[in-house]
Design a protein around this ligand. Sequence first.
Ligand code: ADP
Length: 544
Amino acid sequence: MSSDDATDVGDLMQHWSMTADRFLTHAARWHGRRDVVTREVDGSISRSNFAAIERRARLLSAALLAHGVRRGDRVATLAMNTARHVEAWFGIIGIGAVCHTLNPRLFEEQLAYIANHARDRWLLADPQFAPLVAKLRAQVPSLERVVYLCGPEARPSGDPDYETLIAGHGTEVRWGDFDEHLPAALCYTSGTTGHPKGVLYSHRSQVLHTLMGLSAEVFALTAADTALLAVPMFHANAWGLPFAVAAAGARTVLPGPKLDPASLYELLESERVTFSGAVPTVWQLMIEYLRANRLRLTTLKRVLIGGSACPEALMRALADEQGVEVVHAWGMTELSPIGTISWRPTPEVAAQGPEVRLAYNLKQGRVPFGVDMKITDDEGRRLAEDGVRSGHLKVAGPAVLRRYFGESADALDAEGYFDTGDIGTIDAEGYLQITDRAKDVIKSGGEWISSVEIENLAAGHPKALMAAVIAVPHPKWRERPLLVVKLKPGVEATAEEFLGFLEGKIAGWWMPDAVVFVAEMPLGATGKLDKKRLRVQFPAFPGA
Ligand code: ADP
């Protein structure tokens, strides 16, 4: 056969449309007995498995179809991590409808804006959110039906309950069988600037992102793992974990509404969890709780930490006191969300010993296959990747956003890269380090000061629970850093103690001009520090 013949016949491999429902079909068939454990809204523990979850997700699909839900329709959820919420994800996307995860921690006006923008037709909500749902309903005309994720006994209003809804329509529905480019899920960024923006994930992007996440350098999940999903399913696509656990057939533990350290600890131990993931604040509170109660994590091997930088003190505490490895990851909603990961060192880094290894693990990490990144100056020119020059971080890949939902132009530069709004360096080993968010950066005398670096160091002070550094206007330098500290309960400290602690660790001109102590740090809807509110609280230096 000539080479011409070989090219003429085209693609001889199967056209297996990459739709995300396949993860659950796979889990049901090959890992059907594997437990899915839920802490229900009332605190009780219930047990299901992948086979049952798939069957019930199909019941939901049949019910949605029977009630006229069609491909592309938005079905919203307002729910914590439970088995029913997982069923909802798959039941919705399996028939080509779009699962829109709403974040119950957002303000009512923001939620109404988002639900209207998305034109949500249905809403599946946990019963405890009934008061919020009642207010939303009045403001969202597109909303035709509300269903509560519970049985008839727990129904908070006259609206139907999930168990009754799914009971009547059988499981004979066809999943997938459509173009992999169709949308599967919609997630809005929490909008620390301007209105929230929608990121519409396609089936194809979800599948490719999940395969990326399964690699040994990322989640490294297997059927021998038990994974506790502490990152809410409404936050940044739950980091892709609900798909990853199904694909890997990992035992799955869903903590429901209880994300406090005592409740999480109880589940981690009783279910012998090996893997978990959450933002740093969750682990920070966990470490405090473990210390105060002299407790040990006896089965947990690694935790995925992302959403904001993992402080050094936290990484060391988890490793040294609890023997837990930190998989430090950087990502964002627009990336589905995996961007970089700094867990497994390259051989060149590993050869330099444990302290250097830790220093690299504290960086945001290297890209897995499926993500490319670059840093540029203000004019979009690529900068040297020397670990020193910092610039605008831009990314590309099949699970990276091209255009926000409802907008008319692509959000990409001339080379097809998306500007993350983060500022960082890339070093000779290929590790990204985030030094700031473009909107949080402190520009003193024309030079950038990394708020992130100072706050990470300050958070390592033995008396500190949390630290934040914000820019405050300054007559001479335009902006100067202010350090805001929340102390551990019952301790007192002075500004001098903190400034002395920073001395020698940062350049003299990075030294904060003042330190203030606060009783509470403002947290955003995903548990991250809300610097916008801090800037409102401290528009000037104290006493100025
Ligand atoms: P939001 O903007 O609503 O917080 P995301 O949850 O998508 O939305 O947050 C993405 C942002 O979080 C990133 O752009 C980055 O600034 C920050 N971030 C995420 N992971 C890390 C990390 N490991 N280190 C530092 N910053 C991080």
